[in-house]
Ligand binder design. Structure first.
Ligand code: FES
Length: 152
């Protein structure tokens, strides 16, 4: 049976500590960018709340899959968009005073009616989501699920 010298043991222990330390730092970083429980977009509609609790001119930011969704009650109805800016992925917010969706990172502005770019560096419109009011009176973001037998 081969024996290990003290020097070999210390070298092996040093490598083991280095690998363990690297893994302790690298694994949480990788897990942060690849959360396993969050879908890109949920397969089921996500409730926002009661429609009457979201007045005209008000907005909500809700968790919607991997990223949040921005819901705005405009004069023309409810609109829902990905809250992730199409420039460098900052979170956009509703600017009720100016009546625009605003990205605070580089002063990008989006139209609340269709998500298109009004000004600033974003290269394209915000991703748009569907909304509907369920039979329970709640406002949902996502595609309304057809009950079996309801299909046209
Ligand atoms: S990240 Fe939104 S404008 Fe740059």
């Amino acid at each position: 049976m081969a024996t290990m010298t003290r020097r070999e043991f210390m070298r092996l222990a040093g490598w083991a500590a280095t690998v363990t330390g690297f893994a302790a730092v690298a694994i949480p970083i990788v897990a942060y960018f690849y959360p396993k429980n969050l879908e890109e977009v949920p397969s089921e509609p996500v409730p926002v709340g009661k429609l009457e609790e979201l007045g005209v001119g008000e907005s909500r930011l809700i968790p919607y899959g991997r990223y949040p969704a921005l819901i705005i009650h405009t004069e023309e109805g409810i609109r829902a968009y990905s809250a992730v800016c199409t420039h460098f992925a900052c979170l956009v917010k509703w600017n009720a005073e100016d009546g625009m969706i605003e990205c605070p990172c580089h002063e990008g502005y989006f139209d609340p009616l269709d998500g298109s770019v009004i000004s600033g560096p974003p290269p394209r419109a915000l991703d748009k989501f569907s909304t509907f009011v369920g039979e329970d009176g709640l406002l949902y973001v996502g595609e309304e699920q057809q009950a079996e037998g309801d299909q046209a």
